[in-house]
Design a protein around this ligand. Structure first.
Ligand code: PMP
Length: 413
């Protein structure tokens, strides 16, 4: 089923095409505001996966029988779709992985080990998800390099003056998220990448929160690697993609060894396969790739521009409504932002907020959101986070605010 932007944004129609939205939680129609963790899957993604499983599923590559050929075709078509979606020049630059976390670990352990030595620096920002901190910490402790932090400012932006000052010939890698999963900050990747390039550093972008919400063009961003997950863009979990510049991928050693990543194996020596297979050891998530491509088709049928515009409106409406609410504090006020807002209610623990909201049928995420340095910066243990997707509308914000009021009266705040 293809959608035009107008019908696609009809909330009722969304409830028709996203089966999980057609249920009640606690006796209320579900309002799903946990899209930054995982989006719900539209029927057309589920159907594409089922149809593939029913008629074309088999292992990919090297099979001569019909099912294997169909599966290989679908898997490689999915790679083309992913490449086109993010503006990659070639599908050889798309490595299928389990998700953003695996993609970042892959880069740290291959390109990272190659590029970084004792005394060098790896820069990450203070707003990173743990998956864009820990792999670099591991690399630094292994190589004797130094992990340098790009600090946050109170508004939830990065301190770019400190960043530009700190860059030097010693900086080998700059790893930053495109959009923060806690503050919604949209970082100026183009500008940051340009400065990083001027000192010869490679730029790794965590695109987990940008791919589903903004039209992404990796060439225009000026980065070297871009990682994202299918389960945050209406596709399946356990699936994602790493984009890397072809010359860098060519120069990198393989990550995991095994089947598919080799051209030939002998006890006298093994030859690696060509890109991208060099980085895809073992049987991949074949149905996951089909689901990811179907999810991209779903997003593209609506259009990334209308999605970004619509979600920006929702975000601003939600922020205003939260700011107008007594006892509610919104974390940060970043200059440019997308799809995510974190808030606190005075006197109520975020986990209690999450529980009352759930009873009211409103799903938000509570906790540290795998970004403990942000929590430390703001001096809080946890927040509640509302994050938007294509199926949300203004009535969901009303429901969020009503549920917050219920929580406040329950806890007598
Ligand atoms: N980076 C960011 C900004 C994220 O929001 C997430 C998921 N919360 C990740 C990385 C990790 O993604 P995954 O769990 O799909 O590997």
């Amino acid at each position: 089923m293809t959608l035009d932007a107008k019908t696609a944004f009809d909330a009722l129609r969304m409830r028709e095409i996203v089966p999980a939205l057609r249920q009640e939680i606690g006796g209320h129609p579900l309002v799903y505001l946990d899209n930054a963790a995982s989006t719900l899957r539209p029927q057309q993604v589920l159907d594409a996966q089922n149809a593939f499983e029913e008629s074309s599923y088999s292992n990919v590559h090297r099979g001569v029988h019909t099912l294997s050929q169909r599966a290989t075709q679908a898997f490689e078509d999915a790679r083309e779709t992913v490449a086109r979606f993010i503006g990659a020049t070639s599908s050889n630059e798309i490595v299928f992985v389990r998700g953003t976390t695996e993609a970042l670990n892959l880069v740290a352990q291959t390109h990272g080990r190659q590029a970084v030595s004792e005394g060098d620096q790896v820069m990450v920002s203070e707003m990173e998800h743990h998956s864009n901190i820990v792999p670099w910490q591991m690399l630094c402790s292994e190589t004797g390099a130094q992990l340098v932090k790009i600090p946050l400012t109170e508004s939830g932006d990065l301190d770019l003056d400190v960043y530009h000052e700190a860059l030097s010939e010693r900086t080998k890698i700059v790893a930053i998220s495109h959009v923060s999963n806690v503050l919604g900050t949209k970082n100026p990747i183009e500008e940051m990448a340009q400065s990083a390039r001027s000192v010869g550093a490679t730029v790794v972008v965590d695109g987990a929160q940008s791919a589903p919400h903004l039209g992404v063009d990796v060439e225009a961003l000026g980065c070297d690697f871009y990682a994202f997950s299918a389960h945050k863009l209406y596709g399946p979990s356990g699936m994602g993609a790493l984009w890397g510049k072809q010359d860098l991928l060519e120069a990198m050693p393989p990550w995991q060894g095994g089947g598919s990543m080799i051209r030939s194996v002998s006890f006298s020596g093994t030859e690696w396969n060509e890109l991208p297979y060099k980085f895809e050891a073992g049987t991949p998530n074949i149905t996951g790739a089909v689901g990811m491509a179907a999810a991209i088709d779903f997003l593209e049928a609506i259009g990334l521009e209308p999605i970004a515009a619509r979600e920006a409106e929702l975000l601003e409406a939600a922020r205003s409504a939260l700011l107008a609410e007594s006892s509610v504090q919104v974390l940060g006020d970043p200059k440019q932002r997308a799809s995510v807002v974190s808030f606190l209610i005075d006197g109520i623990h975020a986990h209690d907020v999450g529980q009352v909201l759930d009873q009211e049928g409103v799903a938000v995420r509570v906790g540290h959101h795998c970004a403990q340095p942000i929590m430390e910066f703001y001096g809080v243990a946890s927040t509640s986070r509302a994050s938007f997707g294509v199926y949300n509308d203004a009535s969901d914000i009303d429901r969020l605010i009503d549920a917050i009021r219920t929580a406040k009266s329950f806890f007598a705040v």
